[in-house]
Every structure is written in structure tokens, then in C-alpha cells.
Design a protein around this ligand. Structure first.
Ligand SMILES: Nc1ncnc2c1ncn2[C@@H]1O[C@H](COP(=O)(O)OP(=O)(O)OP(=O)(O)O)[C@@H](O)[C@H]1O
Ligand SMILES: [Mg+2]
Length: 331
């Protein structure tokens, strides 16, 4: 294990709000790590503490094993890509990317140019270096913002919702590029997002944050299939809570007849069918009034509203969350 960034009981209390509360975390070199959680849970504050824009109330931040909490932002080898990625509008793409390097002492102009050229080519911006930021697309501007930070070769790149300004299609495209760029440069990324699909698809590990604390940390599949709490289960996807069990819609089956023994099955009535392009959500109502949603392929969807059916699933597909825990998490 090669830890590049370590947070030890990191805490930031504003006079009116406990934004970050005892966060401990170790980021490995070259790791793609996502921090997710609802609005106001403390994600940006955590990044600002690491970058040095805020002083912690208590706790430690170590970069390559060295405490940095008392260093100025420019004394830490960390860079941030913000949500609005604020490029300099009056500078060309190439000069935007060179900007940080030119402020480094003892760097030769030829060395700077070589690094900038490498970034232009890595981010597929070659040929666009003389354009101004308003003469390129949104996705290209996003890549310039990345290039501008990556060229400084930080130990850790902090990204605060960097894709949120892009439309959904471009967002998916840039998301795929982001992953491949991160693999090629081998720099650890600490990526903040609201979007669970983004986090699940990009990350080596994910931390789910809630009220300033890390609720669970682990690889995407582990968190999705074995959430430690109801909060984590629901933040990462939809869940049906039925009879003390939690089951995701893609694990729920529907049939006309009661399935054979061994399945968890309940009689239900179909309430609605929602077509979503690649799948259909069938909402049903059980006899006790509880709703249960099944996600099925379109060719499986042959149930009409009002029809009596059975919803069922394999017991092994239930989320392994204790009932008491799911109740207390709700409180
Ligand atoms: N300077 C400040 N003074 C007082 N409270 C603050 C300050 N900065 C942030 N907060 C509060 O701390 C909490 C965490 O804020 P933060 O910006 O870290 O949330 P976030 O998880 O990034 O949310 P979002 O997803 O909306 O960006 C919020 O309740 C916010 O109002
Ligand atoms: Mg934020």
C-alpha cells in the first residue's frame, strides 16, 4: 500500500455548523476515489481543507506522510478542478494550461512547452491551442481545466463536481475520458459528485458522506450490494423495503402465478408501467398497501395496470441490512 493522502479525524466546525466531523481516510497513489453524499453533507469543505483554503478545527492532513494542515495552499502539491472550472477568458488554451507552470521558479521555457504539448495531446486538444475559451465546446473547456491542473503534476487532484455543467450526453463522454486520463497519468483523483452512477462507474473506491461523517467506504460493488445502512443503500440506488427486507428493483421478478418454493413472494396489483428506454419500471401495490417496483426488460413487460400478479425475488438478492438498522437509520 502506498498512501499519498491521509486524513486523520479531520474536523471543521463553523460557528453555526459542524461541516466535517472526524473524517479519516487514506488515499492510495493512482487511486480514483469518489466522495459522494447529499447537498450540504460536507464534501466541498473536505476538499477545501485538503487544498488549504480552510483551516481544520482539529485533525490532521498528511501528504506523502508529511503533515500539511499548517501549509499555505501553494505549498501543498495538490490541485483543484472546480465545478465552473473558471478558465481565463482572455488567454488562449495553451496559455491557460501554461499559466501555473510559468509561476514555478526555475522552470525552463522549453521544459514548460514540452509539458504543455504533452497535455494538449493527452487531452486531445492539439490544434486548438491558439483558440480562446469561448471558441471551444463545453467538453473541451472541461478538458482544458483538467489539463491546467494535471500539467502541474499534483500528488492528488481534487475535483469538485467537475462534470455538472455538461449536458447528459457530453457528461457521459467526458466521464469515460476522465477515467482513461486518470489511468494514464497515474495521479490520485479525489472526485466529489452527487451522482451515484458517476461514482459507481468511475471509482476504485467510494466514500458515502452524511452529516459531515463518512458513513461507509469501499469499492463500488461492495457498497451497492452490501450497504452498511439504509442511508447508503438508498443513496446508491432504489430499494424496496418489504417485510423487513430490502431488495433492489432489478432483483424483483413479476409473474402471473405464485412462483415455486424458495422465493420470497407476495401477491400484488400492478399500479403503473413506466417506460425508460432501456427498461421498464413496473410499480405494484402489495396487499398491505406497500409499494414494490420491479425493473424489467421491455419484452418482459406484459402486465396491465390493475392486473393481479405476484412479485418475488431470490432471498440471496436481498440487501444484507438488519431490520433494526434500517428502522433506526430512518429515525
Ligand atoms: N464558511 C461557512 N460558514 C458556515 N457554514 C458553512 C460555511 N461553508 C460551508 N458551510 C456549511 O457547511 C455544510 C457543508 O457545506 P459543503 O459546501 O461542504 O457541502 P457539500 O457537501 O459540498 O454540498 P453541495 O453538494 O451542495 O455542494 C453546509 O451546511 C454549509 O452551509
Ligand atoms: Mg459542494
Amino acid at each position: 500500500m502506498d498512501t499519498v493522502l491521509e486524513l486523520r479525524a479531520l474536523t471543521k466546525h463553523f460557528p453555526t455548523h459542524r461541516a466535517v466531523n472526524g473524517v479519516s481516510l487514506a488515499l492510495q497513489r493512482g487511486e480514483f476515489f469518489s466522495l459522494i453524499g447529499p447537498s450540504g453533507c460536507g464534501k466541498t469543505t473536505t476538499l477545501r481543507l485538503i487544498a488549504g483554503f480552510e483551516m481544520p478545527t482539529s485533525g490532521e492532513i498528511l501528504l506523502n506522510g508529511r503533515p500539511v494542515a499548517n501549509l499555505k495552499p501553494y505549498e501543498r502539491n495538490v490541485n483543484t478542478v472546480f465545478q465552473n472550472y473558471a478558465l481565463f477568458p482572455h488567454l488562449t488554451i495553451a496559455r491557460n494550461i501554461r499559466f501555473g507552470l510559468e509561476r514555478r521558479p526555475r522552470m525552463l521555457a522549453s521544459e514548460i512547452s514540452a509539458k504543455v504539448d504533452r497535455m494538449l495531446s493527452l487531452l486531445q486538444l492539439s490544434g486548438k491551442e491558439d483558440r480562446m475559451p469561448n471558441q471551444i465546446s463545453g467538453g473541451e473547456r472541461q478538458r482544458v481545466a483538467l489539463a491546467r491542473s494535471l500539467v502541474l503534476e499534483p500528488d492528488v487532484l481534487l475535483l469538485d463536481e467537475p462534470l455538472s455543467a455538461l449536458d447528459p450526453k457530453l457528461r457521459r463522454q467526458v466521464r469515460a475520458e476522465l477515467k482513461s486520463i486518470q489511468r494514464r497519468v497515474g495521479i490520485a483523483f479525489l472526485f466529489v459528485t452527487h451522482d451515484q452512477e458517476e461514482a459507481l462507474s468511475l471509482s476504485d473506491r467510494i466514500a458515502v458522506m452524511h452529516h459531515g461523517e463518512l458513513e461507509q467506504v469501499g469499492p463500488p460493488r461492495g457498497l451497492y450490494l452490501r450497504p452498511a445502512s439504509r442511508f447508503v443503500a438508498e443513496f446508491l440506488g432504489d430499494v424496496n423495503w418489504i417485510d423487513g427486507a430490502g431488495v433492489r428493483p432489478e432483483c424483483v421478478r413479476i409473474s402471473r402465478d405464485r412462483p415455486v418454493n424458495g422465493a420470497c413472494a407476495f401477491p400484488a396489483v400492478v399500479v403503473s408501467n413506466t417506460y425508460l428506454g432501456n427498461c421498464v419500471h413496473i410499480e405494484t401495490c402489495l396487499e398491505d398497501g406497500v409499494r414494490c417496483v420491479a425493473q424489467v426488460n421491455e419484452n418482459e413487460c406484459r402486465y396491465e395496470t390493475g392486473q393481479r400478479v405476484h412479485v418475488w425475488w431470490h432471498p440471496g438478492d436481498q440487501l444484507p441490512i438488519a431490520v433494526e438498522q434500517s428502522v433506526s437509520a430512518e429515525a
